[in-house]
Structures are given as C-alpha cells and as structure tokens.
Design a protein. Structure first.
Length: 127
C-alpha cells in the first residue's frame, strides 16, 4: 500500500500543509513515521479520509481546470468493465473503464491518480 508524506496528502486533498498537520495532530487523520523519520499517511487511510471529507458541505469554487489530481477511493471490477472513483479535494469523480485498462494501470484504493475531464467523459491515469 502506498504511503504519502503530509505535503503530498495536502495536495491530494486540496488543502494546505498546515491543515493536514492540524488534522493529524488532532487525531482526525492517522499518521505514522517512515524510515527517514518523516510523518506519513497510509494510502488506504487517506482514501477513507478523503471520502469522509467529501460528505461534508464544501464552499463552491469558481473556475476549475480539467485535470484533477487526487486519490483512488474505490475500484469495482467486473468481467468486462470497471468503475473507478477518484477523490480530488471536495470533488468525487467516477470513471467507467474497461477491466483491461484497470488491470494495466493496476489501480487500487490509495493510489495517486489524475481525473481528466473532457465533456461528459472522465479518464483516469496514474498521478
């Protein structure tokens, strides 16, 4: 399972480094220490936290670009198709892909990803 430094977690959630540190210090976001002594967040914990944040009311943003860096929160794989959910700050993106594409990307909850939006289609690539 991937782990993220606090700065990376902040970028994936669309908040400041200080906000992530406050959440971690308050016990809202579990952290551990890597081999270099830096605080890190487990990818699965970060994915679950991202989903919980999305359930809270968020202020609306004005103009957004079409690439949304985030974290994979859910992968539902069928025989032919798969559904991948990416949480980017307060935004949740759902993409329908072929099962083959999900296998090639080896997508799993906790992975860094970028949701790219064009018209009504959402593509997912590794971040």
């Amino acid at each position: 399972m991937p782990v993220y430094r606090l700065r990376e977690a902040a970028a994936l959630l669309g908040v400041s480094d200080d906000t992530i540190r406050r959440w971690a210090d308050a016990g809202r976001l579990p952290t551990s220490t890597d081999d270099a002594g830096r605080r890190v967040v487990d990818g699965a914990d970060l994915a679950a936290f991202a989903v919980s944040l999305a359930d809270q009311p968020q202020p609306s943003a004005s103009s957004m670009r079409n690439r949304f860096p985030g974290i994979v929160t859910r992968v539902v794989r069928g025989d032919v198709a798969a559904q991948v959910e990416v949480q980017s700050g307060p935004h949740r993106f759902v993409s329908l892909l072929t099962a083959e594409a999900v296998d090639e990307l080896d997508l799993k909850p906790g992975d860094r990803a970028v949701a790219t939006v064009k018209a009504t289609n959402v593509a997912v690539d590794l971040g």
